[in-house]
Design a protein around this ligand. Structure first.
Ligand code: PLP
Length: 466
């Protein structure tokens, strides 16, 4: 399988190349040249497979010649062996229509582990084939950072520099990053919002002064391999609820549009998806884009669901590219307009294409806490504020009563204990697998929100590419 850039001018790469490159050199995002499609019979034959085998089966067409099928299965088996639940992503029924897919049984308690545990292994595998060093630079609103650091800490030939907005991630999230003392892990607390940090990272990817010296890799969901790994659990849930013979809807707490884009990919591959519900908090650029066609950046309001406190959703570009007829030149122009004015209108084709599959709902602080309380009082489930946005959207989106709705539970409630306790009076306890998080030493530097300072910090530590 070949990967092409959404902006049309970067060279096409194979899976290995796209995984190591992260962002395309023209500023676009890599997408597969075409969507592989499974027949109903092929999907039916996947029912009951163990998760690691299902993962290898779904990913094989995307990986192509970059990995032998047996090696891919070894890597998925290793990655998902670290999860604390045998089913990896267990599905729970909440009421007649509502279901919850628990994606937080990995080492750092959020769904990011599902993709990043595998991505860490893919980096190691591909780097071991040649004499290259990789410098991962990422921005996190909390969960990507901890999951990425866990996945690459101590690995050979990789350094990771992780920027988080200072004071805007939870204590558990921060400590999961800063208490990893491996010498290849570099935490940077940056002044500003997540969007500021992400903008700096994107700039570095396009800065030849940096890219000439360092092979800069991405762990954010701009990296295609992450989205690919997330497609698997849509199939896992769909199969359990009767796919390919029955349609299923999914409600997805959304920030950078990565997780829900993986649902879109699952639908392109043949999974019968009735609707994808894009759940946002009050940082609602996607809600506005999907309901009115207006994709314009607002200011970021901190909420109890910080991993969704985002006003620029990188992966939305992948959807717009696909819905707009895969015209890289047009996409480059549309994005240049957005970058200049911080606003754009979806084209008619983009609006109509999105309307066919997507719904959107927006949860404010009250909706979140009411939903956390509802789940506790009616289903005896403690859910985190991100999952609550998803469940709120699932229950209010007006999906046909005959269609099961699966909310993706993206974080463990213990990761956001204060918000959960405020809503329910009940404090979720940290699972044993995170151990003595609050007693460990922290390592982190604080830097001003200044691009040159961040580059200098990275350049002083990172290893040149070859
Ligand atoms: C990252 C994250 C999200 C948002 O996912 P995207 O792929 O960025 O849309 C939602 N909830 C939690 C807990 C997260 O960590």
């Amino acid at each position: 399988m070949d990967y092409i850039s959404t902006r049309g001018s970067a060279p096409a790469l194979d899976f290995e190349g796209a995984t190591l490159a992260g962002l395309a050199s023209d500023g676009g995002l890599y997408v597969p040249r075409e969507w592989p499609r499974f027949s109903s019979e092929e999907i039916a034959a996947m029912a009951g497979l163990p998760y690691a085998e299902l993962a290898a089966r779904i990913m094989a067409p995307f990986v192509g010649d970059s990995l032998a099928p047996e090696r891919l299965l070894e890597l998925t088996t290793q990655a998902y062996g670290r999860f604390a639940h045998k089913a990896v992503t267990p599905l729970k029924q909440l009421d007649e229509q509502q279901w919850m897919l628990e994606l937080f049984h990995g080492p750092t308690l959020a769904f990011k582990d599902v993709a990043l545990q595998l991505l860490g292994l893919l980096f190691e595998e591909f780097l071991s084939r040649s004499d290259r060093n990789l410098t991962i630079v990422g921005a996190t609103s909390g969960d990507t950072g901890s999951a990425a650091i866990d996945a690459v800490a101590g690995r050979e030939k990789v350094d990771i520099f992780m920027l988080h907005p200072q004071g805007r991630v939870s204590d558990v999230q921060r400590r999961q990053m800063t208490t990893v003392l491996a010498p290849n892990v570099h935490n940077i607390a940056i002044e500003g919002s997540f969007d500021d940090a992400q903008a700096m990272v994107k700039r570095m990817f396009n800065d030849t002064a940096m890219t000439d010296r360092f092979a800069i890799g991405a762990v954010n969901s701009i990296n295609w391999a992450r989205l690919m790994a997330q497609v698997v659990y849509y199939f896992a849930a769909g199969l359990q609820l009767g796919a390919p013979h029955r349609e299923v809807a999914f409600s997805v707490p959304t920030g950078n549009f990565g997780d829900v884009f993986a649902g879109y990919v699952a639908a392109q591959m043949g999974l019968p998806v009735a609707k994808l519900i894009v759940a946002t908090n009050v940082n609602d650029i996607l809600y506005r884009a999907l309901t009115t066609g207006d994709y314009s950046q607002g200011t970021v309001t901190p909420t109890a669901a910080p991993s969704m406190d985002i006003q620029v959703s990188s992966n939305f570009e992948r959807l717009l590219f696909d819905l707009g007829g895969r015209d890289g030149k047009a996409m480059a122009e549309q994005m240049a307009g957005f970058e200049a004015t911080k606003a754009m209108q979806l084209t008619n084709a983009q609006r109509e294409g999105a309307a066919a599959l997507f719904r959107s709902a927006r949860a404010d602080a009250d909706d979140m806490s009411t939903t956390i309380r509802w789940a506790w009082e009616n289903c005896s489930e403690l859910i985190d504020p991100h999952t609550a946005c998803g469940l709120f959207a699932a229950r209010t989106a007006g999906i046909d009563a005959a269609v099961p709705v699966v909310t993706l539970a993206t974080a463990h409630p213990a990761k956001f204990r204060d918000a959960v306790e405020r809503a329910t009076g009940h404090r979720p306890s940290l699972p044993a697998r995170v151990g003595d998080l609050f007693d460990r030493e922290e390592k982190c530097v604080e830097l001003p929100g200044d691009y040159a300072t961040v580059c200098e910090f990275v350049a002083n530590i990172a290893s040149p590419k070859a």
